[in-house]
Design a protein around this ligand. Structure first.
Ligand code: ATP
Length: 585
């Protein structure tokens, strides 16, 4: 297929407002690419290239290879191809005027340079000067592979060679492809529907194939060459990341209403990792260390293996068979307690001085899902079954208590909001972010932000409450006040009435500050419990207000969260019982 044909279609797609018409254009493009295929060699099929190009990709989504070329190198290539009187500054100036690199590239006339295609390597030297989709692809793969001394020049040379053979429209889409700015309105859903239409296979089976392969190029080729049977036979490849399943915000009430019972997990405050392990070696991207048996990917499917050696060591020491695990990497202190999210960032994408960084910040993995274990793809299994498999692969011996299984996120099945609230309080107490609520029967849906995973909704409201009591902590927190009793004023009587307790989820540093602030106001003390004279006001977030016999106000804040000390407010300015009643109604 000529690149000009691709560019024509891309222009038509860009000009088309109707989704269905866009799908029809992409379908035609895939069909044309299919027809053009000679199938005589084992090179990448044109249909694969087209399915990626149309989304602005050169490589499969699972492959984190980039062209690694900056805008200025691209401007230089365009300038050189444009002729003697043009330089990169001129390209930049036009960009400042026009605002979009495709239009800038299209504004030059490259045609006059056609005799100079000596730089167009590979098939370009065949004598036939029409640029093909495959040539563009192969040249860009070479460009991505250029490394080391002189690589920048080599990249510019390759691009120059390509632009030099482009018409205006070709240049427009080449420039956008190179700078990852295709933006013609073709998303994954469009390609899914177009593949289904072009090769007469159901959309949902195309979608499933995409979820496991994470490459629309491969999906298009398999749909064309092997039909539905081929699509259904596609499996996860251990070593190639899949898209992470994501969470929506949601309330406990809604979750229980919908599922009756929720799988509740702690929400760890770290960075997402997907671990791929196979003792017999991984399917990896070309050019990577093929002997690797463990790879780690970020939420965006970037390879972060090198930054986290202890997670690799954990996998090598724990996992006996092939596995794909989904989880979180958390920074921890010497006692294993979680540290703030900022700490894990010091480790996460680090490429240099990893050993030193490892000394400064320790990390540990917590896995909450299992996508593949010992040859079985588990995406369609219910969450609870996947969690059982996870426990199985992480456990040292079959009798081991789940609490003691290293790297395993705990999961509680709960149908009682009070129980969920106490899991949330425990999570905060242990220094985590809160809880996740998951549908126990749900499949793993890569790339989806559906209702089956919910992060407990951020607080809907805040109340300014007077702190009327507290408890001394335990263990390393014995010298800190924690678990603060919250009250609001009943305007009718002038009395303070309790509405709940906030166990915080505050750092030790913060607890120390609060203790210093509150200690002078201790009015009475019995065991660990202290009464405080009303002096300090906390701003507290919550999910819901419920009626409750536990507190003297008759109400309880559900999922209270400490937000801040309102040192600008005195107890007289704090919220009232009347406001609580109003908020509840
Ligand atoms: P967003 O996904 O909305 O862009 P985010 O990346 O900050 O925001 P959240 O949506 O707040 O993430 O929460 C989902 C994230 O929480 C997951 O991507 C994962 O990194 C993390 N997480 C921590 N514990 C769990 C758990 N038990 N189950 C699922 N995800 C968890």
């Amino acid at each position: 297929m000529e690149f000009a044909t691709f560019a024509d279609r891309a222009a038509a797609i860009e000009a088309e407002p109707a989704d269905l018409e866009i799908v029809a254009h992409v379908r035609d493009l895939l069909e044309d690419a299919g027809d053009a295929e000679n199938g005589a060699d084992d090179r990448i099929a044109t249909v694969e290239i087209v399915a990626r190009f149309v989304q602005g990709r050169v490589f499969p989504a699972w492959d984190s290879t980039t062209l690694d070329i900056g805008p200025s190198a691209c401007y230089e290539a365009i300038a050189r191809a444009a002729g003697q009187n043009v330089d990169a500054d001129d390209v930049e100036e036009r960009l400042a005027d026009v605002g979009e690199i495709g239009d800038v590239a299209a504004s030059y006339d490259f045609g006059g340079q056609r005799g100079l295609d000596a730089f167009a390597a590979g098939d370009g030297g065949s004598g036939d000067d029409d640029l093909t989709v495959r040539e563009v692809h192969d040249e860009l793969v070479d460009l991505a592979a250029a490394e080391g001394e002189g690589s920048e020049d080599r990249k510019v040379d390759i691009l120059f060679g390509l632009f030099n053979r482009c018409s205006s429209d070709e240049a427009r889409y080449l420039a956008r492809l190179v700078l990852s700015e295709m933006r013609i309105g073709v998303g994954e859903g469009t390609v899914r529907d177009a593949v289904a239409a072009a090769f007469e296979v159901p959309e949902e089976r195309v979608e499933r194939a995409l979820q496991v392969s994470n490459d629309y190029g491969e999906v298009a080729r398999v749909a064309r060459d092997e039909g539905l049977e081929g699509l259904d036979a596609m499996e996860l490849a251990v070593g190639r990341p899949v898209q992470a399943m994501l969470a929506q915000a949601g309330t406990v009430t809604d979750a229980l209403e919908e599922w009756e019972e929720a799988a509740v997990e702690w929400k760890y405050d770290g960075a997402r990792i997907q671990l791929h392990h196979d003792p017999d070696g991984l399917e990896s991207a070309a050019g990577e260390d093929d002997d690797a048996t463990t790879r780690l990917f970020s939420r965006n499917m970037e390879d972060v293996t090198g930054a986290l050696p202890e997670i690799v060591e954990f996998a090598e020491g724990t996992l006996e068979g092939p596995a794909i695990l989904d989880g979180e990497v958390v920074a921890v202190d010497d006692a294993g307690n979680p540290l703030r999210f900022q700490e894990v960032l010091k480790r996460f994408r680090r490429k240099h001085d990893v050993a030193k960084a490892r000394e400064d910040v320790a990390v540990r993995p917590v896995f909450f899902d299992c996508l593949h274990a010992d040859g079985d793809d588990l995406l369609e299994e219910p969450l609870t079954a996947r969690h059982d498999r996870l426990e199985g692969v992480l456990r040292d011996d079959p009798q081991q208590d789940p609490d003691d299984v290293d790297g395993l996120s705990l999961l509680w099945l709960a149908d009682d909001p009070d129980e969920i609230e106490s899991i949330d309080a425990e999570a905060l107490e242990a220094g985590h972010e809160g809880i996740m609520l998951k549908n126990p029967d749900s499949a793993y849906s890569p790339g989806r932000r559906g209702k089956n995973w919910r992060k407990r909704k951020p607080d809907v409201e805040t109340l300014d409450c007077v702190v009327t009591g507290a408890e001394w902590g335990e263990g390393r927190r014995a010298t800190f006040l924690g678990t603060f009793e919250l009250s609001v004023r009943d305007e009718a009587t002038g009395d303070l009435e309790t509405v709940g307790k906030v166990a915080t989820g505050i750092t030790d540093e913060k607890l120390a500050d609060l203790t210093e602030l509150l200690e002078p106001h201790i009015a009475a003390e019995e065991g660990q419990v202290v009464d405080l004279e009303p002096a300090v006001v906390f701003e507290v977030g919550y999910e819901e207000i419920q009626t409750s016999p536990t507190y003297s106000s008759g109400y309880a804040l559900r999922f209270p969260r400490f937000q801040a000390v309102r040192d600008d407010k005195s107890p007289e300015d704090a919220d009232t019982l009347e406001r609580v009643e109003r908020l509840r109604s």
